[in-house]
Design a protein around this ligand. Sequence first.
Ligand SMILES: NC(=O)c1ccc[n+]([C@@H]2O[C@H](COP(=O)([O-])OP(=O)(O)OC[C@H]3O[C@@H](n4cnc5c(N)ncnc54)[C@H](OP(=O)(O)O)[C@@H]3O)[C@@H](O)[C@H]2O)c1
Length: 329
Amino acid sequence: MTRLIMTAFGEPVDSVALDTTPIRAPDAEEVVVKMEAATINPGDFLLIRGQYPIRPALPYHHLGVEGVGWVVSSGGSARDLVGKRVLVLPTYRQGAWADEVVASRDNVMEIDSDADGLQLAMLPLNPITAQVMLNRFVQLEPGDWVGQTAANGAVGQWVIELAKRRGLKTLNLVRREAAAETVLRHGGDRVVVMGDDLEQRIHDALGDQKLSLALDALGGDTGMAELSSALKFGGYAVNYGSLIGGPAQISTEALIVNEVRSTGFWFYNWLTRASRAEVESAYRSFLTLLDAAALNVPVEATYQLKDFREAFKHAETERAGKILFVFDH
Ligand SMILES: NC(=O)c1ccc[n+]([C@@H]2O[C@H](COP(=O)([O-])OP(=O)(O)OC[C@H]3O[C@@H](n4cnc5c(N)ncnc54)[C@H](OP(=O)(O)O)[C@@H]3O)[C@@H](O)[C@H]2O)c1
């Protein structure tokens, strides 16, 4: 087995190493998955830098939270999965950045899909994050407005896609002009580029409308205070990421006058608290869309595991889609 492991907390290119080790035999409830593709996400880098809620013991062998592959063998009670294509779920109990993964059967999900492996590898984390955030906090009706930071990121693009399908409108913050074009191309209703007079420009973009929900991927002073000032009475400000870090910001006036509510969302909490039926049903809704070729999430590039340093550098530059590892078997 070839995998990436983490030997220290720090910069990903310095703290991760390629490791070749014989794969261990699966326990009774485990399967061995030959991986097709595994995604690189910002959360992976936060974890490696020691900035993630999970701070594992070192060396850490479970890098990479999501991917897709085929079950090639099993312990005694998971034989029914052999030969099946499965999603590797973001449970932090196995690492998807490996050509072969030993996982508990509870940490994979069988999929009867011949969809593109790259699209499948990006399914476990970001689409469900977007979907749950749109469902959980406010009862959104067609015509309601959702605001968000980092709107051209993967979660942001899923928010736009799912909002469009429900007749919701999106007000999208980005940090550069090229990203604004991407967001409009994907169907975002309004885009505002970060900068001076942000609060006023958000209000101008909304006209006489107000936001029902505001989503922030960045943390710190990056637009959430201004977005929250455009929330309607009782609206929700939800932080789900800390790419920049620092305390989450919210407009004091919005808290007082509009009784705006502020909370957060972490996918891991959802995954570990939802019933298996709920988890499977959430994924099936996206698999249906993928199988109908109704969704095609942008991919910037793919890399072999051995080229992980190039992949990591690429993943932290301006890009138009995700970076993934692919595996030749
Ligand atoms: N809470 C959860 O359960 C959960 C689940 C999934 C993801 N997340 C978090 O959500 C965030 C986004 O994830 P993703 O997969 O959508 O990321 P992604 O596809 O890699 O996109 C990153 C986005 O963040 C923007 N960005 C990065 N650094 C920035 C900065 N310094 N200032 C302004 N914008 C910046 C990027 O803008 P450019 O294109 O201009 O670089 C891009 O829009 C990450 O923090 C991730 O950890 C949380």
